[in-house]
Design a protein around this ligand. Structure first.
Ligand code: PLP
Length: 392
């Protein structure tokens, strides 16, 4: 061990904060998931049904997707995109993405988190205003904070409240509306058509984060805003695509601005080329007939699970790849105890606590894959039904 370089009073203070987190039931711990990322995984030495990953099409550990293969350009990009990091691989994937989405251009980011933080803070600044759904992902919230734009938070998926807030905003240089499409912790769909109409009627642009929808929903997996006139789109490869990385897409002038000004793009090393090439293969699968077949299988899984859980007395939003089940009391301790009990019965259903969700709304957040079988889902619903009284 190297000598402690930090003063012990500093570490004592951090330890006290950690204890407070523990006492509040909010301390999180890392757990190793082994045996792939399919419907069955190993967790803490036992084989369990996986209802906790975002592997919607089942591609993440599927032999069909394969593994990253050597690239003629090597592995590491060795520089940021703007210095010496851009390879043909990066540009090919960007071209393919723009073609798939029918937009002028796309720009890779190293993760969806970085795409949102970078794009939002580049698109709006201190002279501007940003309008954000109250349930938006942390990366959109952090983008708002970093932008130093004036922030208006509108009620969840409420076009009327958005309109009200746009009207109440004093004159600014630019206005930007931010929404997810398939909401990550609630599994509901934004009313993107109405939000877009309201935004445009008030001279605002709209950015839609389809992290959970791209690949999984819409024609050729192009998301729920596929055919809508939204201004900017954000997607990730870490979910339905089964790889890693992300993108921002839209009009070329916006791409040019963002690649000049998004600090999470400018000041970071470009994605490794073999991973980018693998994501290109993933995109080909997503847009092709295999993608269609998997989306159909995912839709069947959504229906089966919805029917089974409804029959067991759960009150649910419409069928979705993401199913939130609120626990009675909505407190962290209840949800974590329930999650542990389910794990002991072979069900991996992660408990979700603040700050990921608002205080008092702790929940199990279940997610489905194209590769879950109806039998697996029926058995999961039966297990959940045995604990029905612990849910709202
Ligand atoms: C997961 C997620 C992100 C972040 O994407 P990563 O590639 O995992 O960093 C951004 N927005 C939403 C809505 C997400 O759910």
């Amino acid at each position: 061990m190297v000598p402690q370089s930090v003063s012990s009073s500093f570490l004592d203070s951090v330890a006290a904060d950690l204890t407070a987190l523990d006492t509040a039931g909010l301390r999180r711990r890392l757990r190793v998931v082994a045996g792939g990322r399919g419907p069955e995984v190993e967790l803490e030495g036992r084989r369990v049904l996986n209802l906790s990953s975002n592997n919607y099409l089942g591609l993440a550990s599927d032999p069909l997707l394969g593994v990253p293969e050597p690239s003629a350009d090597g592995v590491g990009s060795a520089a940021s995109r703007l210095i010496a990091g851009t390879a043909a691989s990066h540009q090919s994937l960007e071209t393919d993405l723009a073609d798939w989405l029918g937009v002028e251009a796309a720009l890779l980011f190293n993760s969806g988190y970085q795409a949102n933080v970078g794009a939002v803070s580049a698109l709006v600044g201190p002279d501007d205003a940003v309008f954000s759904d109250e349930l938006n992902h942390a990366s959109l919230i952090d983008g708002c904070r970093l932008s130093r734009a004036r922030v208006f938070v509108y009620r969840h998926n409420d076009p009327d409240d958005l309109a009200h807030q746009l009207r109440s905003c004093p004159p600014v240089r630019r206005r930007l509306v931010l929404t997810e499409s398939l909401f990550s912790m609630d599994g509901d769909l934004a009313n993107v058509a109405s939000l877009t109409a309201i935004a445009h009627a008030h001279d605002a642009a709209i950015l839609v984060d389809e992290a959970h929808a791209y690949g999984a929903l819409g024609p050729a997996g192009r998301g729920i805003a596929a055919d809508l006139a939204v201004d900017f789109r954000v997607g990730t490869f870490g979910k339905a695509f089964g790889t890693f990385g992300a993108f921002f897409a839209g009009p070329r002038v916006a791409i040019e601005w963002v690649l000049n000004r998004a600090r999470s793009f400018v000041f970071t090393t470009a994605l490794p080329m073999p991973l980018v090439d693998q994501t290109r293969r993933a995109l080909a699968i997503v847009r092709g007939s295999e993608g269609d077949a998997r989306r159909a299988a995912l839709a069947r899984a959504m229906d089966v699970f919805h029917v089974e859980l409804s029959a067991a007395g759960f009150r649910l939003p419409p069928p979705s790849p993401i199913i939130p089940l609120r626990v009675k009391g909505g407190d962290p301790a209840s949800v974590m105890a329930l999650s542990a009990d389910l794990l002991a019965e072979g069900l991996f259903a992660q408990g979700i606590r603040p700050p990921t969700v608002p205080p008092g709304t702790a929940r199990l957040r279940l997610s489905l894959m194209a590769t879950h079988t109806p039998e697996q889902l029926r058995s999961a619903a039966q297990t959940l039904a045995r604990h029905r009284a612990r849910f709202t």
